[in-house]
Design a protein around this ligand. Sequence first.
Ligand code: NAP
Length: 298
Amino acid sequence: MSSPGNNILFPRIALIGAGLIGSSLARLFRRDGLTDHIAVSARTQGTLDKIQELGLADSVSLDAVEAVTDADLVILCVPVRAYAAIAEAIGPALKSGAIVTDVGSCKQSVIDDVRPHLPEGVHLVPGHPVAGTEHSGPEAGFAELFEGRWAILTPEADTDNAAIEAVAELWRRAGSFVEIMEARHHDQVLAITSHLPQLVAYTIVDTATGLEDHLQGEVVKFSAGGFRDFTRLAASDPIMWRDVCLSNKEAILDILGRFTEDLTAIQRAIRRGEADKLEETFTRTRAIRSGVIDAKQD
Ligand code: NAP
């Protein structure tokens, strides 16, 4: 672990996936000298070439097994439904004492999909940086992405404390605040704070694309009225979000149920001309915005 003048947190790390999040981590490890060796694996040669061109890896391979061999820390940075097959492949190649973590947007599925494939003596510390942009790929990353954001870790109760602390320290070095919580709780919280807004954005933009041609043109022209903020969210990677929806199905269906009830209540209030009810709702929601700004998460 680190000592004065030596920033190395993990002698050798393996990044599986090198898009927005994976390449941001690679940049962070490089910038701050947090490792001696960054091994990167991705699905396509084009991504690996780009990573090398950017100087973000010491070795690259299309074979995840090759990348994780001898790694002290393995970070899965791929869409969550790809985890199970990758874990099955790399499990036997992991060295004793290695830590496996990830950055996926939902957490119980990570425990269900990855843990069964890890040998005794390998530690699983699932993680989620609550930070991102709508951009994808190795060129989209930047080392400062995680600064001032939360990194949530969801280890199981029997996880080695030193492994949890090592992953927590990595996120603190990234400039994040670290919170530890139970995986299912994470999934419920993120269903409301991240997954629901994303689905609302996809739906609003999809509703607009279903409009007749003459209205569609006007939608883009006058998008500053609010629509454009939803287009930013709706431009996010479709595979990533497909996987999040299917992997956090229960919590998302629960929150979508509540949301559609509340939306129907607004619809009824408008139809009935219930001014007080509308004003009351819109006033209540303003307080949440102040809370977000106070927490420096705007
Ligand atoms: P991204 O930019 O699209 O990059 C995905 C990476 O995963 C690429 O390097 C891709 O390789 C690789 N990959 C995709 N499918 C694969 C497969 N089946 N097997 C092996 N590698 C595969 O995605 P990202 O935004 O970095 O997201 C990665 C993870 O971070 C996801 O689990 C997501 O839930 C989580 N996350 C994202 C955000 C965000 O705002 N984007 C925020 C927090 C957490 P190729 O390029 O070679 O195809």
